[in-house]
Design a protein around this ligand. Structure first.
Ligand SMILES: [Zn+2]
Ligand SMILES: [Zn+2]
Length: 253
């Protein structure tokens, strides 16, 4: 029954976008099985009371805290052809990008890495020194602060590298520039791009995806409601990320 509905294309799209190299859209379905996996993920989190339920020792940062219950989180699962189910959360969790059992960030560099963290610390110190200084020293420190900040955000942005099933890599800033779109910040931080980039890194073949809301009601979201990958941040990069994925490209993909 489930198989029949996917064969005739009745499943809603889980993630889709226009592929500029194929000149057509690619779309990965949200199958009933993917929805079941997503709901069972919510149950595991509820039952264990933590997001790092695969780790032997709980890390207090990943507990299902009151704060977490209040704000909520978009979670995603990606079903792959070999039976692997990847998990990802949108953005950060417990103040970090890295949680055991979950896909890592798309960004190769974050403020959790030594070099960017040191650069950030230096920027903070420059602000404090500029505030305490008199002209012309103050102006000099402010310029230095602006230059360092720009260099750091450039380095962090350039570390967002997507991978697709064809083994191609694309930097998020270049991909967005080539499409002439200017979405809000945070492109690549949603669950869907993390899942697809991780699958391709591990040479897994994605077959279905489901994003599910974990938390209190907010706009169109309720606990356990399913959502397609977002239009604003994800759609502009999904064409690239899904290119070469048989389940997303059709028979001639
Ligand atoms: Zn998104
Ligand atoms: Zn394509």
């Amino acid at each position: 029954m489930l198989l029949a509905s996917s064969l005739v294309g009745l499943d809603p799209p889980g993630a889709s976008g226009w592929c500029s190299s194929c000149g057509r859209p690619h779309s990965l379905p949200r199958t009933a099985q993917a929805e079941m996996e997503a709901l069972s993920l919510l149950r595991r989190i509820e039952q264990s009371g933590r997001f790092d339920f695969t780790a032997a020792e709980p890390d207090p940062r990943f507990g299902l805290t009151q704060e977490q219950r209040r704000t909520g989180k978009m979670l995603g699962v990606l079903l792959c052809s070999d039976g692997t189910v990847l998990r990802a959360f949108s953005g950060m969790l417990g103040g970090t990008w890295h949680c055991p059992g979950w896909a890592p960030p798309v960004a190769g560099l974050t403020l959790e890495d030594a070099e960017p963290a040191a650069a950030f610390g230096e920027i903070v110190r420059l602000v404090a020194r500029a505030d305490a200084a008199a002209e012309p020293e103050r102006g000099r420190l402010r310029r230095a602060h602006r230059e360092r900040s720009a260099a750091l955000s450039q380095a962090l942005g350039a570390s967002y590298v997507l991978r697709n099933a064809r083994g191609e890599e694309a930097g998020v800033p270049e991909l967005l520039r080539a499409q002439g779109v200017r979405p809000p910040g945070g492109v690549g931080d949603c669950a869907a791009p993390k899942l697809l980039t991780e699958a391709h890194r591990r040479r897994l073949v994605p077959e279905a995806i489901a994003e599910v809301w974990c938390g209190p009601p907010a706009k169109t979201r309720t606990h356990g409601s399913f959502h397609a990958a977002c239009r604003e941040r994800c759609e502009p990069i999904m064409g690239f990320l899904l290119c070469g994925v048989p389940a997303a490209c059709g028979a001639d993909g």
